[in-house]
Design a protein around this ligand. Structure first.
Ligand code: F6R
Length: 250
């Protein structure tokens, strides 16, 4: 695991966006795995700016998002499809049909999960997966205790995760109780992974990730077994960590 310490959220976002742009320049038909949430939003702003200024094209790129809330459709401003359209896709030249998220409105959710796995396979797998991390170490919506062998599945969200995400909703009650998420094995099969963390709230999870055991109690810890992972974290997120035994780049 390559850990890059940066001073600020802005620097984390800049380094991440540069890595993504480099990937697309190397392979114009890359498959990008994407995340939603607060951590990645500046990365998306920087990708949009780069697209406008430098003309990096996404015409041949496919994107695969980690997750979607059950019961929220694309026109719901809290759905992840809406977030991605607003914050990234509509500002790039990516054809809409090449941006993929699980369908939170699917009536047959099990079938939707199987179809999502098949889609990833048909696209040849994810070349670069962008990840945030939950305060409890979740990746995607894979909460502590999720099997490392899990594929795309429906999850019941933990109260702590619903509370953390309630800031985007009018009330805690309106936060969905379930989501469809790529499983941990699905994420692990990505060829390269880029995990971002910013702020004190992530410090405990990052400390466990860097210095703790690989355990299903901390979903992100599986990444220690992957041979191409870069963690970009700011000083606050690294404030509890004594980094040992891993490549550490300033
Ligand atoms: C989002 C996702 C989540 C977030 C994580 C961190 O698609 O899968 O795992 O990456 O909850 O969220 P933020 O960045 O809002 O702190």
């Amino acid at each position: 695991m390559n850990v890059v310490e940066v001073d600020s959220y802005n620097e984390m976002s800049r380094k991440a966006s540069e890595l993504i742009v480099k990937k697309i320049k190397e392979n114009t038909s890359s498959v990008l795995g994407l995340a939603t949430g607060g951590t990645v939003i500046r990365v998306y702003q920087m990708l949009i700016k780069d697209h406008l200024v430098n003309g990096t094209s996404y015409r041949e790129v496919n994107t695969i998002n980690l997750d979607e809330y059950v019961g929220l459709g694309s026109s719901d401003s809290n759905s992840y499809r809406y977030y991605m359209n607003e914050n990234l896709f509509t500002h790039l030249d990516i054809p809409q049909e090449q941006s993929h998220l699980p369908n939170g409105m699917a009536t047959n959710r099990k079938e939707e999960c199987v179809k999502y796995e098949e889609l990833i396979g048909e696209l040849g797998g994810v070349d670069l997966q962008l990840l945030g991390i939950g305060e409890n170490g979740h990746i995607g919506f894979n909460e502590p205790g999720t099997s490392f062998r899990s594929k795309t599945h429906v999850v019941k969200l933990m109260e702590s995760t619903r509370k953390a995400n309630a800031r985007y909703f009018s009330s805690l009650d309106s936060v969905p109780t379930h989501a469809v998420t790529m499983g941990i094995d699905t994420i692990f099969r990505s060829k390269q992974i880029l995990l971002l963390a910013s702020g004190m709230k992530k410090a405990a999870a990052i400390d466990w990730l860097l210095n703790g055991e690989v355990s299903e109690d901390l979903p992100a810890s599986i990444l220690k077994k992957h041979n191409r992972v870069t963690v970009i974290a700011d000083k606050d997120a690294l404030s509890l960590s004594k980094v040992s035994g891993i490549t550490f780049t300033k």
